[in-house]
Design a protein around this ligand. Structure first.
Ligand SMILES: CC(C)(COP(=O)(O)OP(=O)(O)OC[C@H]1O[C@@H](n2cnc3c(N)ncnc32)[C@H](O)[C@@H]1OP(=O)(O)O)[C@@H](O)C(=O)NCCC(=O)NCCS
Length: 257
């Protein structure tokens, strides 16, 4: 590689690392999005945009904003660069790997589901296997890097339907890979990993990933006592759902991507 090319790569890597380290949550728009001010070399920013490491959105008049969004690809690359520089990353990402699920992890996910939900609400082992077979890419798992154990996960299926129905829980054939909406089927964090921000990161990471896949909205059902938690994550309460899952009543909530 020529000396000039090497320097250009170093500029791009360091710019991306700085964007990552100075990123913050976009509270006015969608709060799961992370943005960073673009006060860096324009050519480097253009190259990062072309490589889909950042999203340099244009405004309605074709002009640029003063900030750019980080993409999931950009976040991962930035963490790699920082690792090489021995710079500590956000604690959660150091402790956990966030990724889709593997078919051989179905039993582990089913065990977590049993630990997190009462029997009338939990997804059965069989349904979990079907769901993973049909829609593994709609799982997001957090793997403890130290133990290799699954600490928690969020999963859903895609559909063009707009509201929740109980068959989404039991019939993996309701999954339509091209669906614009995601029906969330479970947010699970094992007790020993709770109250450390893991559920919030799973939800935000999921929102960003599905936004990049051009989905419209995420829909979920939850009990009254969880409405405040999902409100904090940016979800809107739509009132009582038609879902009677587990023989109880549910709130339906949504977030636009
Ligand atoms: C609910 C659950 C996913 C939360 O996981 P967690 O990793 O402990 O949550 P986080 O640490 O990310 O908490 C994020 C925020 O939600 C709030 N929160 C967490 N659990 C809550 C609960 N049970 N009720 C109300 N608010 C809650 C936290 O206080 C925190 O708020 P903060 O950001 O202002 O501090 C976890 O307790 C769990 O798996 N429970 C059993 C399964 C379940 O109920 N899932 C949700 C089904 S709809």
């Amino acid at each position: 590689m020529s000396e000039k090319k090497k320097i250009q790569e170093a500029i791009d890597d360091l710019t991306l690392a700085l964007l990552y380290l100075t990123r913050f949550q976009d509270r006015e728009g969608s709060q799961f999005n992370e943005i960073a001010w673009k006060g860096y070399d324009f050519d480097a920013l253009e190259r990062l945009d072309a490589a889909e490491l950042i999203m340099d959105l244009k405004n309605r008049r074709g002009g640029s904003y003063k900030y750019a969004y980080m993409t999931e690809k950009g976040r991962n690359k930035a963490r790699e660069i920082l690792g090489e520089l021995n710079i500590e990353d956000q604690e959660l990402y150091e402790r956990f790997e966030f990724r889709t699920i593997k078919p051989e992890e179905a039993d582990e996910a089913a065990d977590i589901e049993q630990a997190c939900f009462p029997a009338n609400e939990a997804c059965t082992r069989e349904n979990m296997k079907d769901r993973i077979q049909a829609a593994a890419d709609l799982f997001l798992v957090a793997m403890d890097r130290k133990t290799g154990k699954m600490a928690g996960f969020l999963n859903g299926i895609a559909t063009n339907e707009n509201s929740f129905r109980d068959e989404f829980f039991t019939d993996a054939a309701t999954h339509d890979p091209q669906g614009r909406n995601i029906m969330l089927l479970g947010l699970d964090v094992l007790p020993e990993y709770r109250e450390q921000g893991l559920a919030k990161e799973l939800v935000y990471c999921y929102c960003r990933r599905e936004q990049e896949r051009s989905r419209n909205r995420l829909v979920l059902t939850c009990h009254e006592e969880k409405v405040a938690m999902y409100n904090k994550f940016g979800f809107r309460d739509l009132g009582q759902s038609v879902s009677q899952w587990g023989g109880v009543s549910w709130h339906e909530m949504e977030i636009m991507l």
